[in-house]
Design a protein around this ligand. Structure first.
Ligand SMILES: [Zn+2]
Length: 431
């Protein structure tokens, strides 16, 4: 049971396609297991201007850990309580301060015991002569720290359990909102956010999602010792937006590419706000609420709560960050020679003139300053000084995958696409 060498078994990240084929067979045999159901969701129309209460995603891994799995071994379990320190715990089990010192100085890994958190468990092995012989400390569902007495010192080691990954599928058709369809398809908040971020350079999830849009995706389920511990990466996904199909495949570098091997990541995000916050739709012939006449509207308005972070659509330089009575607090960004983006009506600005900004960086907070009746972000996209629709404008081409990797990627892409198609057929057959 005691390990004094470090076992490092890497996560089995990709299944061979043979194994994937096997999973598909299993899914065909037991269609109610393993398949994350896609259902037609009820019609619930989005009303412009209404604030929708969507659940906020929780960040971090969907990993749960069950310390009970250590029951039945010859260790005494100590549940860490508020105010507990390693010294206190060991002392409560009859160990001297010297033992605490030996334990906490038995290598870099043992330093983790200095930051015990409430609710964690520490397992102690104490022999008949009251000598502490071993400590076991589960760090996560996959990692356990062991400290083993070796005469007058302790040797630390970390046991790493292999994580097995299986591929599961989800599919959905949007009738009310993307978030709703994601929940209906059985996706966690994190997976819905991940799916949107994979396509965030192609699709404006805040404004351009329509009833009838659909998605189909393959992602990992992670297991340790046969127990489900959480979800892994999305390995492939397809999104149909207003009739256009976008497909992304994850490569071994962790990045997503089109089936032709172009990066999904591009120079400009489609929307400078996170879709979770936005509740209204774009009306190209809107009646300007202040000036009481039809005004050519040269941008996109995102209606969301005051304080919603607004992101730089691309890397660039802030050429203006100011206030005036029409535009309120506003920020203009220059991207290379040809492109400019403008953001108006901020509650407050988060950058100043001359700043260099990165894509996705918060540049201000949505507000209602200037000539407006309600809080919104007014966003403009200019090419060579001319206003363009950010949805339809021709943008710089995305970077292709490294030439050396291309053949390998293309064959992976072909197989992954087949997998997604097969899933679509299975889902159709089930409905
Ligand atoms: Zn506007």
């Amino acid at each position: 049971m005691i390990h004094n060498t470090i076992k490092h078994l890497p996560k089995i990240h990709r299944l061979t396609l043979g194994a994937l084929a096997a999973i598909l067979c299993i899914m065909l045999l037991w269609p109610n297991d393993g398949v994350r159901a896609s259902r037609n969701v009820e019609v619930l129309e989005l009303v412009p201007g209404v604030q929708y209460d969507v659940p906020m995603p929780s960040f971090g891994e969907d990993i749960s850990f069950d310390p009970e799995q250590f029951k039945g071994e010859e260790y005494i379990r100590h549940l860490v309580r508020s105010g507990d320190t390693l010294g206190k715990i060991l002392s409560s089990h009859g160990q001297s301060a010297r033992v605490t010192h030996l334990v906490s100085h038995s290598g870099d890994e043992a330093k983790r015991l200095r930051k015990l958190r409430v609710g964690e468990s520490l397992y102690l092995q104490i022999d008949a002569s009251q000598t502490l012989t071993s400590i076991k400390y589960p760090i996560s569902s996959t990692e356990t720290l062991y400290l083993t007495r070796d005469e007058d010192s302790f040797i630390s080691s970390i046991e790493q359990k292999p994580v097995e990954s299986l591929i599961t599928f989800a599919q959905g058709t949007i009738s009310s909102s993307f978030w709703h369809a994601g929940v209906q398809a059985g996706l966690t908040d994190n997976k819905i956010m991940e799916l949107a971020s994979i396509f965030g350079w192609d699709i404006d999830f805040a404004q351009e999602i329509r009833s009838g849009d659909s998605f189909n995706m393959a992602f990992e389920e992670l297991y340790v010792d046969g127990e489900f511990i959480g979800y892994g990466d999305i390995v492939a996904a397809e999104f149909v937006n207003q009739g256009d199909t976008f497909t992304a495949i994850q490569y071994s570098d962790g990045n997503y590419y089109t089936p032709e091997g172009r990066s999904m990541r591009k120079s400009f995000l489609r929307a400078p706000v996170n879709f979770r916050h936005v509740s209204s739709n774009f009306n190209p012939k809107r009646f300007h609420p202040v000036q009481k006449r039809i005004k050519p509207h040269r941008g996109v308005d995102y209606v969301a709560a005051v304080g919603t972070p607004v992101l730089a659509a691309g890397d660039g330089k802030v050429i203006k960050a100011a206030y005036d009575r029409f535009n309120g607090h506003h920020v203009f960004i220059q991207h290379g020679e040809r492109y400019q983006t403008k953001y108006l009506h901020f509650k407050n600005r988060a950058v100043k003139r001359g700043d260099t900004v990165k894509q996705g960086q918060v540049i201000g907070y949505l507000g209602s300053t200037g000539m407006v009746t309600g809080a919104h972000l007014h966003y403009e996209f200019l090419v060579d000084g001319v206003h363009r629709n950010p949805r339809t404008v021709e943008l710089p081409k995305a970077e292709p995958i490294d030439e050396k990797e291309k053949d390998k990627f293309l064959s992976l892409a072909q197989q992954t696409l087949t997998l997604l198609d097969n899933n679509k057929r299975i889902m159709l057959a089930m409905n």
